[in-house]
Ligand binder design. Structure first.
Ligand code: F6P
Length: 347
C-alpha cells in the first residue's frame, strides 16, 4: 500500500508530530510505503515534488515547528484542469490513498476529491481552532500559550507607563485565540469576530478603570474582530485587497487602527502589538504534541480500515472519525456562554 501525505494551508505547531505518527505506524505496523507530497496540493500538480518518507526522516521532528513537507495555499479547483492533473499524478506515483493535513480549505479540497472517487483521509489543523466537526485542532493550544505569555509581558510595560496596549492575535472567523489567551492573561477587554462590541463601550471601560485608579489596560483583539459604531479613522483590518486561491484577504492592523481611535477619544496613550506569525512558529506544547500524535495514528488507522472520506476529530476526550464534509460547514465559533465568562472582567 502506497500512502501519500501532504500538509496544506497555513502551517501550525504539531504538523511534524502528525507526520511522524503517520510514518511511524504506517511503516512499523502496516508495512506501508509512505511518501511525502511537498507544498500541499501543489505537490500533486505539474512540477510538484514527491519523495519517500523513512523512519529516519521523521526522527527528531516531534517537537519542531513548521512542516518538513512544506505547505502552500494552492487550490487545485481554482486551477484549469486541476482535478485532472491531480488524478494523473496520483496514478503516476501509484498512490493507493492520501492523507491531507489541513484546515477548512485543505479539507474542503479533500472532500471534493473524495467525491470524485479519490481515496483520502483528513486531519484537521489550524491555530484558529475554527474547523467544524472537531472540538479542537492542534496548533491552537500552542498559539494560546504564546499569546498568553505575550499578554503577561505587555501588562507589566503597560502598567509601568500607564498606557492602553492592544494585543492583536490571529483569528479570521473565530476569536478562540483571543478569548482563551484573554481570559488566561486577564485582559480588560477582548474583541472577537463573533460578538461585536460597541466602540463606546471600549472607551467607557478604559475611562472607568482609570477613574478607579487603574490607568493601564490590556485589550486583546482578534485580527477579524468586528466593532459596532467605529468612529474616527474607521477600523480597517485588511492589509491588501488581494485574495488567495481560496478567496481570503490578508488581515492585520485592527489593533493599530483601534489604538488611534482610543487615543483620539480618551486622550490616553496607546500602543499596539501584532503577534502575527509568532503564534504559528516554534515548538508545539505538550498538549498539541499529544493531540497531533493521536490524530496521526488515527489517520493511518483509518486508511488501513479503508474508511476514506473521513477525518480524525476530537469529541470530548475521544478521537473519532468524522465525515470530511463536516470540515466544510461554517467555521466553529465561540459559544455565548464561553464569551460571557470573559465579559465578566471587561471594565
Ligand atoms: O492558518 C490560519 C491563519 O493563521 C489565520 O489566522 C490568518 O489570518 C492566516 O492564517 C494568515 O495566513 P498567512 O500565513 O498566509 O499570512
Amino acid at each position: 500500500m502506497k500512502v501519500g501525505v501532504l500538509t496544506g494551508g497555513g502551517d501550525c505547531p504539531g504538523l511534524n508530530a502528525v507526520i511522524r505518527a503517520i510514518v511511524y505506524k504506517g511503516i512499523t505496523r502496516y508495512g506501508y510505503d509512505v511518501q511525502g507530497i511537498y507544498e500541499g496540493w501543489k505537490g500533486l500538480l505539474n512540477g510538484g515534488r514527491v519523495a519517500p518518507l523513512a523512519l529516519e526522516d521523521v526522527s527528531g521532528i516531534l517537537a519542531t515547528g513548521g512542516t518538513i513537507l512544506k505547505t502552500s495555499r494552492t487550490n487545485p479547483f481554482a486551477i484549469r484542469d486541476g482535478l485532472k492533473k491531480v488524478r494523473k499524478n496520483i496514478d503516476k506515483y501509484g498512490f493507493d490513498a492520501l492523507i491531507a493535513i489541513g484546515g477548512e480549505d485543505t479539507l474542503g479540497v479533500a472532500a471534493k476529491l473524495n467525491k470524485a472517487g479519490i481515496k483520502i483521509v483528513g486531519v484537521p489543523k489550524t491555530i484558529d481552532n475554527d474547523v467544524a466537526g472537531t472540538d479542537q485542532t492542534f496548533g491552537f493550544d500552542t498559539a494560546v500559550q504564546i499569546a498568553t505569555e505575550a499578554i503577561d509581558r505587555v501588562r507589566s510595560t503597560a502598567e509601568a507607563h500607564n498606557r492602553v496596549v492592544l494585543v492583536e492575535v490571529m483569528g479570521r472567523h473565530a476569536g478562540w485565540i483571543a478569548v482563551k489567551s484573554g481570559i488566561a492573561g486577564g485582559a480588560n477587554m477582548i474583541l472577537v469576530p463573533e460578538y461585536p462590541v460597541d466602540v463606546n463601550k471600549v472607551m467607557t471601560s478604559i475611562v472607568k478603570r482609570h477613574a478607579r485608579g487603574e490607568p493601564s489596560s490590556v485589550i486583546v483583539v482578534a485580527e477579524g474582530a468586528k466593532l459596532k459604531n467605529p468612529k474616527g479613522k474607521g477600523v480597517d483590518m485588511t492589509v491588501t485587497e488581494d485574495k488567495d486561491e481560496f478567496g481570503h484577504k490578508r488581515l492585520g492592523g485592527i489593533a493599530m487602527a483601534l489604538s488611534l481611535i482610543i487615543e483620539e477619544m480618551t486622550g490616553f496613550e496607546c500602543r499596539n502589538v501584532i503577534l502575527g506569525h509568532i503564534q504559528r512558529g516554534g515548538t508545539p506544547t505538550a498538549t498539541d504534541r499529544v493531540l497531533s500524535t493521536r490524530y496521526g495514528v488515527t489517520a493511518i488507522d483509518l486508511v488501513h480500515k479503508k474508511q476514506f472520506g473521513k477525518m480524525t476529530a476530537l469529541r470530548g476526550t475521544k478521537i473519532v472519525a468524522a465525515p470530511l464534509s463536516a470540515a466544510t460547514k461554517s467555521p466553529r465559533t465561540i459559544d455565548k456562554e464561553f464569551y460571557q465568562i470573559a465579559e465578566v472582567f471587561f471594565g
